[in-house]
Write a protein that binds this ligand. Structure first.
Ligand code: TRP
Length: 383
């Protein structure tokens, strides 16, 4: 590994071991989210979201600075996004939105959610653009169902909202040359000409307010915002602060991908109880022993167990309970079947409430006529 593009590039993420995450910190020049930052945040927020406590969000740019500025009375806003493709959202896709929602709740700030319907099409990860437009709306509904405040959240689909964004994109695109784009993202001669321009479109929403943009996202998205930071002040806007997450494991095992195009690897947001149970029992890689007898005698390994992974990242919020599960699994007191049953129920507890909210979601509020959405119909870039 001599180049970060071997680990992360515009087309692919290839994390093979925990050490790759440390490498990315060095390559990207970002900082670890340490206990000092977490304590400061906890002091302001009252508690810490499980994704922070367990350090699934593990790196940042200037988040310490943002907290200092916040203490001096400066405001911030949240921005994140999701590129729709041909398939529906899985539980891994929800992660940045869950943290974003938590920040909104704790700090009562505006949230902007970009749905770039052009991105995956230009990346050739999906072939039917008309279909992507439909998925864009489905994804918007799913995201809204996580509980965002409809008057403080604006969800926008690029091809619809482009009229407001285009002027800013004109300014931004001029500041980034192809050479930089290539070296930061790893475009090659077969890349479509859309993708380098798309960089500008993902930067534009960082200028939606004159406050500090805070962006919870996967660490693969950091390159966009590194470029943003080089140009923001020139236009009279703040450099973006990012909080960056690791990647979730697919059902097949440690460091495999949860891929929306492979149902054996993923649990989808709209899976019902039986489907979740079937997938967890049949596919979720287990750190348990091959026979019950051996398991009782030698115990299991939680650190390679996909069910335990998901409990520890997101679904078991109680630190004591998690520790108890871990200890009992190692001791062989808790069986693989019991762990899978517990995990299934935890996932279902969470997803059933999202599915319930999704049934009655009024997406127009988030996109057009909630308070923030209405305001944003008038937004204009003013360098
Ligand atoms: N590029 C992201 C993806 O591939 C989508 C996205 C758009 C995004 N704007 C964002 C992600 C801002 C994080 C922050 O899914």
């Amino acid at each position: 590994m001599n180049e970060y593009k071997d680990i992360i590039n515009i087309y692919d993420v290839n994390i093979n071991e925990e050490k790759d995450y440390e490498r990315l910190i060095k390559f990207f020049g970002v900082k670890e989210i340490d206990d000092v930052i977490l304590n400061n945040l906890k002091y302001l927020a009252g508690d810490l979201h499980v994704l922070l406590r367990r350090k699934f969000f593990y790196a940042h740019r200037d988040f310490d600075l943002l907290l200092n500025k916040y203490n001096e009375g400066k405001r911030f806003f949240l921005y994140t996004g999701r590129a729709p493709s041909k398939s529906k959202m899985h539980i891994g896709h929800l992660i940045p939105f869950l943290l974003t929602k938590w920040f909104q709740e704790k700090f009562n700030v505006n949230v902007y959610i970009q749905i770039p319907d052009e991105e995956k099409y230009w990346e050739k990860k999906a072939d039917n653009y008309e279909e992507i437009r439909e998925y864009a709306l489905e994804d918007a509904k799913t995201i809204a169902s996580l509980g965002f405040d409809p008057d403080k959240t604006f969800i926008f689909i690029d091809s619809e909202y482009i009229k407001n964004m285009y002027k800013a994109a004109i300014y931004v695109a001029r500041e980034i040359n192809l050479n930089t784009a290539k070296s930061v993202f790893g475009f090659d001669d077969n890349s479509t000409i859309g993708l380098p321009f798309y960089i500008a479109l993902q930067i534009v929403p960082t200028f939606f307010e004159r406050n500090i943009p805070l962006i919870p996202c996967g660490i693969d998205q950091d390159p966009y915002f590194r470029l943003q930071r080089d140009i923001a002040e020139k236009f009279g806007y703040y450099k973006a602060s990012t909080i960056l997450s690791k990647f979730v494991w697919g059902l097949q095992g440690p460091y495999t991908k949860m891929s929306a195009s492979d149902p054996k690897s993923a649990i989808f947001v709209d899976d019902d109880y039986d489907t979740i149970k079937y997938k967890v029992f049949k596919y979720a890689f287990s750190g348990g022993r091959s026979t019950l007898e051996e398991h009782r005698k030698y115990g299991g390994n939680p650190d390679i167990d996909v069910s335990y992974f998901w409990l520890s990242v997101l679904f078991e919020e109680d630190d004591y309970k998690l520790k108890e599960i871990r200890d009992k699994y190692i001791m062989g007191e808790l069986t693989t079947g019991e762990l899978k049953e517990y995990t299934t129920n935890k996932i279902w507890e969470f997803l059933s409430s999202v599915q319930e909210r999704r049934k009655n979601i009024n997406i127009d509020k988030f996109m057009y006529d909630g308070r923030l959405a209405r305001e944003m119909q008038e937004w204009e870039f003013k360098p």
